[in-house]
Design a protein around this ligand. Sequence first.
Ligand SMILES: NC(=O)c1ccc[n+]([C@@H]2O[C@H](COP(=O)([O-])OP(=O)(O)OC[C@H]3O[C@@H](n4cnc5c(N)ncnc54)[C@H](O)[C@@H]3O)[C@@H](O)[C@H]2O)c1
Length: 155
Amino acid sequence: MGAAGRGGRFKLALDVMDSISVRAVCDIDADGLADAVESLEAEERYLDYDDMLARSDLDAVILGTPMQFHVPQAIAALNKNVHVLSEVPVWVSVEECRELVTAEGRSSATYMMAENYTYQRSNQIIKEIVRQRLFGTPYYAEGDYLHGGKPSISS
Ligand SMILES: NC(=O)c1ccc[n+]([C@@H]2O[C@H](COP(=O)([O-])OP(=O)(O)OC[C@H]3O[C@@H](n4cnc5c(N)ncnc54)[C@H](O)[C@@H]3O)[C@@H](O)[C@H]2O)c1
């Protein structure tokens, strides 16, 4: 989902797993979708998510759409017992969050939030260094996620 944008960025991760192939891609941007079909080597393309869920035989969906769509699209997949990997943020209201938890409880499929920086190589390396006690015995640590950005206010 959102294959012409953020959804398509999962390609590198998908490529390293032989067990995964992209059956279908979906995006409301028809031009971008054409490129996504090619780059993701998808068999099917859809401009409408519900249409894709109804017609395609999917084990899992990756949601790379804007945040207001995450919960409704995740619930639609879970209701069909299709696994979900969703971009952050999960939800836009607490009520939505409750609905998602209920839907996941009903479903035989699994929901996962794609806040996956934990698995980045640099973070995994630090974890391994700590595990091997190469830092000694840590008693205090701080971590920051330094996001690129320009100051919004100039003086
Ligand atoms: N994990 C991270 O580090 C990280 C970084 C950036 C963005 N994000 C998240 O990724 C998501 C996408 O962000 P973005 O800036 O690329 O958004 P975007 O507005 O560019 O949309 C992404 C894609 O979704 C498509 N789309 C929009 N509505 C759709 C619909 N109803 N059905 C199908 N496709 C639809 C768009 O055409 C576009 O190709 C956001 O939820 C954002 O929070 C996460």
